[in-house]
Design a protein around this ligand. Structure first.
Ligand code: LAG
Ligand code: CA
Length: 473
């Protein structure tokens, strides 16, 4: 089905936001493959606007000009090389698919691939799309053609989102052109799609597009008959008529309430028990894609508010590690660049390009790239999540600013807000000596015959403990 990633049981993807294809290829080989990552969500690969006037912001790439693979991250040859090299080390590529709309009104060509266009004339010859392919005005109930009222699904889906020319997804030709774009990417060897602005698309239109897509490429190493993985960006915080539930037939959905609950829980640990709250209408585990922050809400764009980010390294580390230890949802880690204002593009924006990602001697990233996925505790917990896949939370313990739990009989996780904890706890695990992952096996842990073990945390930066069956660091 569309909700199943195809990466041999690996449990975590990372969003390498704004990275160039050549850097992602290298990262798959030197880091992500060995570390056990399932895949990479890449920035939108299609041709997009180039806006010098806005300082080459990151959001250029959410304004498609054509489906040519010519973007700030590289060209088609470089994209193909990345997909092949990542596939070869078991790391799959997930494309950020911007198909609700084309560019904003008022924009004119050329785009990043040199293609001409004129948004006010609804003319995108690179696809081609013309005025007939955009949602007719009589389908949009708002007075100015824009989305103002989120309580009306017709308005949310048929009007222009922040002035972006809205594609008419009911039309066969539009569906075919989008499917053609998806099939081109599937032929190259990608595993799936994150559908941007899916809340602004009708689930029935998405279903029709999916019906025109191919199975994953066997030449790229996928089993025959395997469908692409789809997850839909639906910002549902409760309180609006459009819910994540409407999209369960077409794949998974982003679960924005999880990140908010993690932020609250790290602030006060007694709330950590309720990070998955079905009573809130949150997606069930097998339908949810979860994340502590994303490229929008870390900078105050879509779905922002009460969110932990890399700007609070200790709290962020705790939030991501707790999420990786938890049994809820399919996990995405954010990998960012440093920024001062919310529109600022990646390193290199001063000249309209994107800089390389340099790797320092100690494994951290330089050049303005944060690389949260390389932070020690986060990297180690990706291994933990793979090792305990399929098990549920048990042996829950929470007292003050300390929390601990097992994942079935496969692993045990503990976290102490102030980095000081000593206690004998039931781990639910088989007797034996285990490597403590966060210390890189510097600490060995003995689980007694009755499943108890002495759990110690003495580390104020990474106040986390993790052991698992088959984990040797
Ligand atoms: C989303 N969800 O449905 C993202 O949450 C949201 O962040 C995306 O907007 C949106 N879909 C479109 O893909 C991003 C930026 C916007 C930006 C937009 C188009 O958050 O700020 O809008 O991408 O590039 C920009 C300007 C607007 C302007 C618009 C059209 O910020 O002021 O009206 O472009 O020219
Ligand atoms: Ca729409």
């Amino acid at each position: 089905g569309y909700d199943q990633p195809s990466c041999d049981g690996r449990q975590t993807i990372v969003h390498l936001f704004e990275w160039k294809w050549a850097d992602i290829a290298a990262e798959c080989e030197r880091f992500l493959g060995p570390a056990g990552f399932c895949g990479v969500q890449v920035s939108p690969p299609m041709e997009h606007i180039v806006s010098a006037g806005d300082g080459y912001p990151w959001w250029q790439r959410y304004q498609p000009v054509s489906y040519k693979l010519e973007s700030r991250s590289g060209n088609e040859e470089q994209f193909t090389d990345m997909v092949q090299r990542c596939n070869a080390v078991g790391v799959r590529i997930i494309v950020d698919a911007v198909v609700n709309h084309m560019t904003g009104l008022g924009r004119v060509g050329p785009g990043s691939g040199g293609t001409d266009f004129n948004a006010d004339n609804l003319d995108f010859p690179g696809v081609p799309f013309s005025s007939m392919d955009f949602t007719p005005k009589d389908q949009c109930p708002s007075s100015n053609g824009m989305i103002n009222n989120y309580n009306d699904p017709n308005e949310v889906r048929n009007c222009y989102l922040v002035g972006l020319t809205d594609l008419y997804g009911a039309k066969d030709y539009v569906r075919e052109k989008i499917a053609e774009y998806f099939n081109h990417l599937i032929d190259i060897g990608v595993m799936g799609f994150r559908v941007d602005a899916a809340k602004h698309m009708w689930p029935g239109d998405l279903e029709a597009i999916q019906g025109l897509t191919k199975d994953l490429s066997t030449a790229a190493g996928f089993p025959s008959g395997r469908r692409p993985f789809f997850f839909h960006e639906v910002i549902d915080q409760g309180g609006e008529p459009i819910t994540v539930q409407e999209y369960f037939g077409v794949g998974r959905t982003t679960e924005f309430r999880f990140g908010k609950k993690i932020a609250w829980g790290i602030n006060s640990f007694d709330q950590l028990g309720g990070v998955y709250d079905p009573g809130w209408g949150m997606a069930p585990s097998e339908k949810a894609v979860v994340f502590v922050d994303n490229h929008d809400n870390q900078r105050g764009h879509g779905g922002a508010g009460d969110i932990l980010t890399h700007k609070q390294p200790k709290e962020y580390t705790m939030g991501v590690c707790f999420s990786l230890a938890h049994d809820y949802g399919f996990m995405r880690i954010m990998s960012s660049y440093y920024f001062d204002n919310s529109d600022q593009g990646p390193p290199g924006s001063s000249y309209g390009g994107t800089d390389d990602v340099p790797i320092n001697g100690d494994g951290t990233c330089g050049g303005g790239w944060v690389c949260e996925h390389r932070w020690n505790a986060i990297t180690q917990m990706v291994k933990f999540r793979n090792a305990v896949a399929g098990t549920q939370i048990a042996n829950w313990f929470q007292e003050g600013d300390n929390v601990a739990f097992s994942r079935g009989d496969k692993g045990f996780f503990a976290m102490s807000k102030y980095g000081s904890f000593d206690r004998t706890l039931q781990t639910g695990m088989p007797a034996g000596t285990y490597c403590e992952l966060i210390s890189g096996c510097a600490n060995q842990v003995t689980v007694n015959g009755d499943g108890t073990a002495q759990i110690s945390i003495h580390n104020s930066d990474e106040p986390i403990f993790a052991i698992c069956v088959g984990c040797d660091g």
